[in-house]
Design a protein around this ligand. Sequence first.
Ligand SMILES: [Zn+2]
Ligand SMILES: [Zn+2]
Length: 332
Amino acid sequence: MLAVHLENGAVTVRDAPMPARPHGHALLRLLCGGICNTDLELQRGYYGFAGTPGHEFVAEVAEAEDRSLAGRRVVGEINLACMACEWCRQGLGRHCPNRTVLGIQGHAGAFSEFFSLPERNLHALDDAIPAGRAVFAEPLAAACEILEQVAIPPGDAVAVLGDGKLGLLAAMVLEAHGCRVRLFGHHERKLRIAAAAGVGCEIARGPLPTPVLPTAAYQWVVEATGSRDGLRAAVALCRPRGTVILKSTVHGEVPVDAAPIVVNEITLVGSRCGRLETALPLLAHNRIPVEEMIAARYPLREAVRAFEHAARPGTLKVLLEAGYAPSSVCLT
Ligand SMILES: [Zn+2]
Ligand SMILES: [Zn+2]
């Protein structure tokens, strides 16, 4: 079977052996994968990664212990939790210290014709949700996580900094929640996607990386710039006693001037992945126009070109599609 391999900055597509199916796991056949900024960071050496990446996926269940899953299209929770520790007992497997993570840490990823995940991680998809929409479940859940962590009242004004994939999703989720969202970005084409979903958008004036933004203007600021300078800009934008939600994972250190955070008593909230249960209804009801964010689709065997495309500045979501010929695959 074909599998994407990342190592020392290089993307290759290899012929790999079929993955084992550990007890409790389903064997999944990839239908569609999404290349995420995390995958590009892994390529740059984040986590010293070497292996098959991919954690945004839609797959078909090829084999499972739970017979009701057989043949179903699924998305899946990417953290493989131990289910025994204090965090797992609280239902916070995403913070399990013993976890592995699909395509990121210790578990081969989804950019492969076949891969495995625990059956308990899977969510069967409604047939009406096309794969090109469902593949956004994981990043959309990450955007929804903001509202799981911070109770932002509907009607409140929220600033979102950054018009990358996560910035757009966060802005549209908060807008759907009833917030008055202002999205600051640099790309008119991307801002148009959020504007069509009702988000108020503004081109951040001034030169990169520190555009001129309003000062102390928002009670709630979501930092999704993906840049080292995003935190400083977000803190400047936040009102005294306000909250900055940090979404960017930047490889390396982020410089912080703590004084304005202390003086203005700003709360910083780190925010990562979220629950698929929250994202799936938004996709089922097509509340968030995620498909507008698809920049290109490539067959899995052209993953090298797909990664090159995804890495071009300003590119939104690049999808990998596994067109397979079932007769050529032997499942034993
Ligand atoms: Zn991701
Ligand atoms: Zn655990």
